[in-house]
Design a protein around this ligand. Structure first.
Ligand code: CP
Length: 310
C-alpha cells in the first residue's frame, strides 16, 4: 500500500487510509525498535536533509534517530550556523543542498506555509516538522499512535486539547487527525487563547472550564503557552494561568477516574502541568517521545516509495 501524497505537509489533506497506513507501519517499526539490533536497511542509498530554521529538541533528535535506524545518509542543517544567517534565501539554500542529490527534506520553520512553498519549487519529498502556527503532522501522528496504544482505539475516544489553542500547530494537526479518525474533541483554555469560530470551522466543542473538560475527557493533551508566538498580552500572568488552567495532582485525584495525560513538550512545569502530574503514572509523555521515532520511521519509509522488500 502507498500514501496518496508525495509530501507530508499536514494532516488536513491526508485520507483516513493514509493515517491508518502510517499508524500500522509505525507499529511494525515499533516492533523493530524492541529488537537487540534496531537498524534496518530500508533507506539505504537514500539521503535526507534535516532543515531546521527553528529550535527543536524532540522532533529533531527523533527524525535523526529514525533516519539512522533506517540506514539513510543524513545531512543536518541549522539556520543559525549556516549562510542563511548571511541573508541567503530559503530557496537558494535548498537548491544548493539539492544539487548534492538529496532525496528527502525534513523541515521546521517559524513561517506558516514554508514547507508548502518548498514543495512547489523542488523535486524532493518534503516532511513538515512544524511550520509556524499551521501544522505539526508527525506530532499529531505520534500522539494518535500513543492514544491508540494506551486506550485501544481512536474512534469514539474523548480527547481534550488544553491550553494555548490559538498559537498551536500541534492542536490544529491533532484536531484534523482525531476528527478524521472518529474521536470527539474538546478544546479548553482562556477565551483569548481559543480562536473565535473554531467550533464551526473544525467541529470541536469549546470549554473555558478546566474541571468540566477533565470530567468529560478520556485523554487530556496539555499544550504549552507559546509566548514566543504571542505579540500581545493574552492573559494576566503565568501565575493566574496556572490557577485557572494548570493541572495538579489534587485536581486529577478529585475526578475519581483515570484521565490519560499527554504533552508534546517542552513542558513549562508549574504553569500548564505540575511536576507531580507530568511525572505520574497517568502521564504518557515519555511514551509519546519513544513512539515518535517509530512514527517518523514509518513516514520517511512510506514517502521514500521503497517497497517492503527493500
Ligand atoms: N514537540 C515538539 O515539537 O518539541 P520540539 O520543539 O522540542 O521539537
Amino acid at each position: 500500500m502507498q500514501l496518496s501524497t508525495k509530501h507530508l505537509l499536514g494532516i488536513k489533506n491526508l485520507t483516513t487510509e493514509d493515517i491508518s497506513l502510517i499508524l500500522s507501519t509505525s507499529q511494525q517499526f515499533k516492533e523493530v525498535l524492541q529488537r537487540p539490533v534496531k537498524k534496518v536497511p530500508s533507506l539505504r542509498e537514500v539521503t535526507v536533509v534535516n532543515l531546521f530554521y527553528e529550535n527543536s529538541t524532540r522532533t529533531r533528535i527523533s527524525f535523526e534517530l529514525a533516519e539512522k535506524r533506517l540506514s539513510a545518509d543524513i545531512i543536518n542543517f541549522t539556520a543559525a550556523a549556516s549562510s542563511a544567517a548571511k541573508g541567503e534565501t530559503l530557496l537558494d539554500t535548498v537548491n544548493n543542498i539539492l544539487s548534492m542529490k538529496v532525496d528527502l527534506v525534513v523541515m521546521r520553520h517559524s513561517a506558516s506555509g514554508a514547507p508548502h512553498f518548498l514543495a512547489e519549487h523542488i523535486p524532493a519529498a518534503i516532511v513538515n516538522a512544524g511550520d509556524g502556527i499551521n501544522e505539526h503532522p508527525t506530532q499529531a501522528l505520534l500522539d494518535a499512535f500513543s492514544i491508540q496504544e494506551k486506550t485501544g482505539s481512536l474512534a469514539g475516544r474523548k480527547v481534550a486539547l488544553i491550553g494555548d489553542i490559538m498559537h498551536s500547530r500541534v492542536a490544529q494537526s491533532n484536531i484534523y487527525l482525531l476528527k478524521k479518525m472518529g474521536a470527539s474533541v474538546m478544546v479548553c483554555g482562556p477565551p483569548t487563547l481559543i480562536p473565535k469560530h473554531i467550533s464551526q470551522a473544525l467541529g470541536v466543542d469549546v470549554s473555558y472550564n478546566l474541571r468540566e473538560t477533565l470530567e468529560w475527557c478520556d485523554v487530556a493533551n496539555v499544550l504549552r503557552i507559546q509566548l514566543e508566538r504571542q505579540n500581545q498580552v493574552l492573559f494576566s500572568s503565568l501565575r493566574e494561568y496556572n490557577l485557572a488552567y494548570g493541572i495538579g495532582k489534587e485536581l486529577l485525584d478529585s475526578l475519581h477516574k483515570e484521565v490519560v495525560i499527554m504533552h508534546p513538550g517542552p513542558i513549562n512545569r508549574g504553569v500548564e502541568l505540575d511536576s507531580d502530574v507530568a511525572d505520574s503514572k497517568q502521564s504518557i509523555i515519555l511514551q509519546q517521545v519513544e513512539n515518535g521515532v517509530a512514527v517518523r520511521m514509518a513516514v520517511l519509509y512510506l514517502l521514500s516509495g521503497r517497497s517492503v522488500a527493500n
